[in-house]
Design a protein. Structure first.
Length: 256
């Protein structure tokens, strides 16, 4: 099979297309013919020697990637049979080996792909959707930033509340939103903040829940808008040290 291996941690020049034997599956696993993958920030960080690099160091060959969508060609698990279209995030944060034509995956880490979405859409909805799901569940208001989790959670610079399509249209017309802002509003925002021209902490306050996907100064800025008893979830793992230094006058959560 064709696979892209990482010769050593560093730049993209360390990636090399090569031929490898197809993986052999064990009990409880399926062999997936990969039709699409998703590349996330953790892929880039790991390639450069950060992210999950410590867990992959010493693997030979080293194959990056975790998000896949494809067709089961062989199964040693009750959950799936050959021909099933599946998707999932495989062995994260271990050795996912997604950058290959075939991937051996634990069956319990996959799900059947809905028939009405493409392999590309399914692959892109794995780590991103799981991150959003783990970060929050039915928050009443959200102020925060996101990149990969846009459709699943929130959009960078947006303050989110409940809305309907009529409110969305009024919002877009009132502010003469461009394409990006219309997309952001369409995700459920009835108030959108242009982070390039406005500081969100000067516009919103008394927020129940903040989802921070950037870290750094955004943690301190986010603390200014949370109401008493509110929750701040910060995805960058480096944020944990910042939380430990802060007085726990509010409820804080941190997720990787």
């Amino acid at each position: 099979m064709k696979a892209i291996i990482l010769k050593d941690f560093g730049g993209v020049e360390q990636l090399e297309l090569t031929e490898l034997p197809a993986p052999v599956i064990g009990e409880g696993e399926v062999l997936v013919q990969v039709k699409a993958i998703s590349i996330n920030p953790v892929d880039v960080k790991t390639r450069a020697g950060k992210g999950a690099a410590a867990k992959l160091k010493g693997e030979n060959p080293m194959i990056l990637g975790w998000d896949i969508a494809g067709i089961v060609t062989e199964s040693k698990a009750e959950e799936f049979e050959a021909g099933d279209e599946v998707f999932g995030m495989v062995n994260f944060p271990g050795h996912g080996r997604a950058y290959a034509e075939y991937v051996a995956a634990p069956a319990d880490q996959l799900a059947l792909k809905p028939r009405n979405i493409s392999f590309e859409s399914a692959a892109a909805a794995t780590l991103a959707a799981l991150t959003a799901w783990q970060a929050f569940f039915r928050p009443r208001q959200v102020a925060g930033g996101a990149a990969g989790i846009d459709p699943c959670g929130c959009r960078r610079g947006g303050a989110f509340c409940g809305t309907d399509r009529a409110a969305y249209r009024r919002l877009c017309d009132r502010h003469r939103f461009g394409r990006e802002q219309r997309f952001r509003a369409g995700m459920g925002a009835n108030e959108c903040i242009d982070y390039k021209t406005q500081r969100f902490e000067e516009v919103v306050k008394d927020i129940d829940f903040v989802l921070d996907t950037i870290g750094g100064e955004y943690i301190e800025r986010s603390l200014q808008v949370i109401k008493k008893g509110g929750t701040l979830v910060s995805i960058p793992s480096s944020a944990n040290a910042v939380f430990r230094r802060r007085p726990r006058r509010k409820e804080f959560s941190a997720c990787r």
